[in-house]
Design a protein around this ligand. Structure first.
Ligand code: SF4
Length: 288
């Protein structure tokens, strides 16, 4: 009787290297997200975490990483994915329900036509993003309340946070970035950003690796991201010229020295012991 020999093709060096790099990438993302969760106490035992899913690479990765934590972390928590269908023209409404059903994660698709509201209220050519985000935030907070979610997880990453920091520094005269954990103004919700230490380039590579069904983010046709893109470009150029600079910026935001800034609300300069001559200066200054 003739026997059939099945030959296994040995993996090429290239394939082995790719598998090794992919493994490193997955581990790095999980490690950094795990560090952020631990550093800022983002998830506690018994939490119900609502993961906001836009259809972009970052929110898919966020859901993936949190699903991994739910399966392996020592704390027990629930996950529910939520997508807000804002009725932007061309939004492929079937993509996320199909993806989430296949994943077996509980989800809710909330449909609210914020797109028409924004179009109606904002004159042509004016900035749409701030009203659009406000409306979206309102809907997501309401849904979180209805679902009994104790945390609302967003997919912002390290580069989003640094771009926001630079935007505030250059355009709004405030030294602030994007917090890893935030209580809503009405005190009812806690927003968390578990990917705050993760690089955007890693999330792009992860999306390719996992073949996420990405929904394009330019369906609204907004041109409002020009300034943010300018900051993104700036960070990229700096990183190219001075490798490691972006990581140093992240570290700087973790080591604030309020005494070396100029905000008397953040540091009580009056409490410093008076130095010699200070009294004289004060008395002379009042006469100047
Ligand atoms: S880019 Fe479009 S969808 Fe996103 S916040 Fe701005 S207006 Fe809204």
């Amino acid at each position: 009787m003739e026997t059939t020999v099945i030959r296994m093709h040995p993996r090429s060096n290239r394939e082995r290297k790719d598998a090794y790099e992919s493994n490193k990438l997955v581990k790095r993302l999980r490690r950094l997200a795990g560090e952020a969760v631990a550093d800022y106490g983002l998830i506690a035992d018994g939490d119900k975490v609502m993961v906001c899913l836009s259809g972009g690479k970052d929110s898919y990765a966020l859901l993936d990483v949190l699903m991994h934590f739910r399966a392996h972390a020592p704390v027990r928590f629930e996950l529910v994915a939520v997508n807000l269908d804002q009725k932007q023209p061309g939004f492929p409404a079937h993509v996320l329900p199909e993806y989430l059903t296949a994943l077996g994660v509980p989800f809710r698709i909330e449909t609210q036509d914020t797109y028409s509201t924004v179009k109606r209220l904002i004159p042509e050519g004016k900035t749409m993003c701030s009203l659009c985000s406000r409306l979206r935030r309102g809907v997501l907070y309401r849904v979180a309340g209805e679902l009994g979610a104790t945390k609302i997880a967003l997919g912002h990453h390290r580069d989003d946070m640094l771009e926001t920091f630079l935007l505030n520094l250059f355009y709004s005269g405030q030294l602030k970035a994007m917090p890893p954990k935030l209580r809503s103004d009405d005190g009812k919700h806690v927003v968390i950003r578990p990917l705050i230490y993760c690089e955007e380039a890693d999330l792009t590579a992860y999306a390719e690796l996992r073949q996420f069904p990405i929904i394009p983010c330019n369906l609204c046709g907004s041109q409002d991201k020009l300034k943010r893109n300018e900051m993104k470009q700036l960070l990229r150029e700096w990183e190219k010229r001075y490798p490691g600079r972006v990581e140093t910026m992240l570290n700087s935001l973790r080591h604030l020295r309020a005494s070396h800034l100029l905000d008397p609300q953040a540091f009580d300069f009056d409490r410093l012991p008076p130095s010699r001559g200070e009294g004289e200066w004060a008395s002379q200054a009042s006469e100047m």
